[in-house]
Ligand binder design. Structure first.
Ligand SMILES: [Zn+2]
Length: 392
């Protein structure tokens, strides 16, 4: 192994990056010595002019970083991070450590690497899961116009409840409104827990101020990812492993490896085989999308990547979701409350501006925990996933 050992030992003490600039610079510093070609793509013109939050240096940090290390090779590892803004630190840290520790070794074993860093740069800067146009990018990854016509009848039915048109009154009032609204609908048999999860989480393409909005066309961030996928993922090759790094749903510290039942489903058998020795409940699990607390989605990164590498002999395109608070009923409710209250405040305004800060903090607890044990588990399990999926 010829990777720089000095960096390997020093890297163990690094914290998760806190700002877009910190994350970007560390990614570049880690990737460059491996010989990777670095590209920075600005989202400058993609930022809306009517952003609600002024920033002292507008747009300065709105870049997506790309590192390409021999991506033409027969074996290609793809690592993507930051599709949801506040989830960027975990993904960024894993990418950084991968370049510091493992990239050269993989390169010597015949692998190429494509890493795309901080995809929702605006969301990271502003503490939002969605991008500047309120699009959840993980419902937007598609170049097929039909995706943007997908209907979500459950959302349409529950829209008034999920997406009130008046400003957010207060967080306690919203908690009460949601809890009583859910209880009332369930008692009347109008809706089950999974109806609610699907309505709110699957993705919808009609209401731009709504939850899990997937947009009307590929967003600028999606087009940048598509450009590099088009360049490198297509054509016959031996193996592709594409890992999209997320945090949020699931048991605390557990790595949930998730495939959809779309084109990425073909990766299930090889993934099971390659992860067999490290699967352990609560640590690393393969989680089907119909597990309670998780849900199927349209326009997600897994299937997007899997569509590009159809000609690869083996392709594993997986979402790596690191759990933060648990997926039981109470935590599902807390997550939903956060989504609804934050979306309402962002799109309709806050009666009390302190609620904006409170929700940002809650957002951070849900997607970017500052707890060192959690961070260490995430880093170690993320690296294990990469190592196992790329093993011979
Ligand atoms: Zn996510």
């Amino acid at each position: 192994m010829s990777s720089p050992d000095a960096q390997t030992s020093a890297s163990a003490d690094l914290h998760f990056p806190k700002t877009p600039r910190d994350a970007r610079e560390r990614f570049r510093l880690a990737a460059e010595p491996t010989g990777a070609v670095l590209t920075s793509r600005s989202l400058l013109n993609a930022s809306p002019e009517n952003s609600r939050e002024a920033h002292p240096e507008p747009n300065a940090d709105l870049t997506i970083e790309i590192a390409e290390l021999a991506p033409e090779r027969q074996r290609l590892l793809v690592l993507t991070s930051g599709v949801h803004g506040p989830e960027t630190p975990a993904g960024s840290r894993i990418q950084e450590e991968f370049f510091l520790q493992s990239a050269r070794r993989l390169y010597e074993q015949g692998w190429g690497v494509l890493a795309i860093h901080g995809i929702n740069a605006w969301g990271f800067l502003h503490g939002r899961r969605n991008n500047a146009r309120n699009v959840n990018l993980n419902r937007n990854f598609s170049l097929d116009p039909a995706t943007f016509q997908t209907r979500n009848p459950g959302y349409e039915r529950l829209r008034e409840f999920l997406e009130p048109t008046s400003p957010l009154h207060s967080i306690p009032a919203e908690t009460l409104r949601l809890a009583s609204g859910i209880a009332w609908r369930m008692a009347r048999g109008e809706m089950s827990r999974s109806d609610l999860a699907i309505a709110a989480g699957m993705g919808q393409y009609q209401y731009a101020t709504g939850l899990s909005y997937g947009g009307t066309e590929p967003e600028p961030e999606t087009r940048i990812v598509a450009e590099f996928f088009q360049k490198h993922l297509g054509g016959p090759r031996e193996r592709v492993v594409a890992i999209d790094l997320h945090t949020g749903l699931g048991s605390r510290g557990c790595l949930h490896a998730i495939l959809s039942d779309g084109p990425s489903a073909r990766g299930m058998e090889p993934m099971r085989r390659r992860l067999a020795s490290v699967l352990k409940p609560g640590e690393i699990e393969i989680t089907p999308t119909d597990t309670a607390g998780f849900y199927k989605t349209t326009g997600d990164m897994n299937d997007f990547a899997a569509n590009f590498c159809r000609e690869a002999r083996e392709a594993i395109c997986v979402t790596a979701e690191f759990g933060t608070i648990g997926a039981d009923g109470l935590n599902q409710f807390k997550t939903l409350l956060m989504f609804i209250a934050e979306n309402r405040g962002h799109t309709r305004g806050y009666r009390n501006s302190a609620d904006r800060e409170k929700l940002k903090q809650l957002n951070r607890q849900l997607f970017d925990p500052q707890d060192r044990l959690w961070q260490d588990q995430v880093l170690q399990r993320g690296l294990t996933l990469i190592e196992k999926l790329t093993a011979d």
